[in-house]
Design a protein around this ligand. Structure first.
Ligand SMILES: CC(C)(COP(=O)(O)OP(=O)(O)OC[C@H]1O[C@@H](n2cnc3c(N)ncnc32)[C@H](O)[C@@H]1OP(=O)(O)O)[C@@H](O)C(=O)NCCC(=O)NCCS
Length: 153
């Protein structure tokens, strides 16, 4: 198994793995979002390759939080259903941690849906401790016109 930084041509495989968790994620991953973050110094996207196939991926984001400092969040991590429990997740997170340390981040944080039962075994096994539980709120915004005004106020 090798781990490398993702390339634009990985978007389909990343989308396919994302769809194992959420069917609506596949289109977004395949439609240019990967190209937007590749090459940005504040993002890391890794893929794990086994026998020529992408069997896992991770996305991490480095940013400053006014009240808690510079940190890295793991914002996506999936290992394919058929490849779990063989160290791929551990290897992806380890590589992200080394990236974070190299940037001078103070911590690595990850939020994981309570329904992802395996992840709540996985992160503690890697030395992560539960910091808090939260409710997540979302507001869907309307599409904007090219000059930024709301199209249909
Ligand atoms: C969570 C996930 C990424 C783990 O990937 P993985 O490659 O299977 O994990 P690893 O093989 O590296 O496991 C490392 C350790 O974590 C623990 N662990 C992982 N999965 C576990 C499970 N299902 N039950 C109990 N412990 C588990 C074990 O201690 C394991 O070490 P061991 O196999 O030597 O006992 C994978 O299950 C996954 O993609 N799940 C769905 C998506 C998800 O939950 N993503 C995280 C949300 S941010």
């Amino acid at each position: 198994m090798i781990i490398r930084v993702a390339e634009p041509s990985d978007s389909e495989a990343i989308g396919r793995l994302a769809a194992e968790l959420d069917a609506s994620a596949e289109g977004k991953a395949a439609s240019g979002c990967l190209a937007k973050v590749l090459g940005r110094p504040d993002y890391l996207v890794l893929v794990a390759i086994r026998e020529g196939e992408v069997v896992g991926w991770l996305q991490a984001h480095a940013f400053d939080v006014l009240v808690s400092g510079f940190r890295v969040d793991i914002i996506g991590l999936v290992v394919s259903g058929g490849s779990r429990r063989s160290g791929i997740g551990r290897a992806l997170v380890g590589r992200a941690e080394r990236w974070a340390a190299g940037l001078g981040a103070e911590s690595v944080v990850v939020r994981s849906n309570t329904k992802r039962v395996e992840s709540h075994r996985f992160y503690p096994a890697l030395g992560y401790s539960l910091a808090k539980t939260q409710a997540v709120y979302r507001k869907q915004l309307r599409k904007r016109d090219p000059i930024g005004a709301i199209a249909n106020p």
